[in-house]
Design a protein around this ligand. Sequence first.
Ligand SMILES: Cc1cc2nc3c(=O)[nH]c(=O)nc-3n(C[C@H](O)[C@H](O)[C@H](O)COP(=O)(O)OP(=O)(O)OC[C@H]3O[C@@H](n4cnc5c(N)ncnc54)[C@H](O)[C@@H]3O)c2cc1C
Length: 245
Amino acid sequence: MLFLTVDTDVRQLGMDSGNIWMMPNKDADEYYDNALNTDISKGEAFEGMFISCTTLKDPTSFDGKHHCFEAITFIDYSAFENFKDEKEQRSEAYLKFKTRLTEKMINGMDKALPGISQHIVHAELGTPITNEYYINTTLGNVYGTEKSLKHIGPFAYKAKSEIENLYLCGASILSHGVAGASHSGVDTAAIILGKHPDELKKPREGQLLQIYEAEDGSDYPDWMLKKMEVKKARAISKLKKEKVH
Ligand SMILES: Cc1cc2nc3c(=O)[nH]c(=O)nc-3n(C[C@H](O)[C@H](O)[C@H](O)COP(=O)(O)OP(=O)(O)OC[C@H]3O[C@@H](n4cnc5c(N)ncnc54)[C@H](O)[C@@H]3O)c2cc1C
């Protein structure tokens, strides 16, 4: 997964607040089989990529100059087997491999958004090793710990841990992904509060969930406009300070 910051108007390059799913024009099973069975250090660019721009999805996070991207591709863990037992001080070989994969990701992005590689301010690649290190997911995947038949339903981790007053929730507990993490959060809160989860899901009078269109700011409330203004003003002031020093 590549985190990229660029300093250009990415709308001009064809990006909007949606996602780009870039796939080669071939049978999907064939593509996935290939992706799992190729030497990923080879080749000029990743063929299949998911690209999203967080600063266009959430305009309150845009500082007026820098756009942030998350780009993902599908790979097999085996490419990282050699590095899995390394300590925090990573080997030269791992870092070189990361640089190579970063180049391939950027080349892939250039295909979807021509010229984006000319505007990179920051690029940081996360690999399965990164996920293992920070969140210890099974084989460094992005959806949490393994969910085999031994890890779901009655066999799943429990919200109440063996340690007094320590409760668990999230994608690694009940079920994976956003839906799994959300259900788990409600269930755990219900256990702590001694209520049924359904009780917590009942809407309260006056409770409002607002969703605003990322592409159309015409009905943004004042607090949101203010937040956007402050974010941009802070970025300008930071840039000015950097110029002085
Ligand atoms: C690129 C990507 C794409 C995905 N796409 C989808 C999708 O399309 N659909 C889907 O259902 N799921 C998707 N997922 C999976 C989904 O995002 C996760 O399963 C879900 O967000 C996990 O929620 P969580 O609350 O368990 O953990 P997280 O969202 O990871 O939250 C954990 C929080 O704990 C914080 N934290 C960590 N350590 C500490 C500490 N020591 N002290 C304090 N705070 C700490 C972290 O900063 C983080 O905010 C995707 C994941 C990735 C990475």
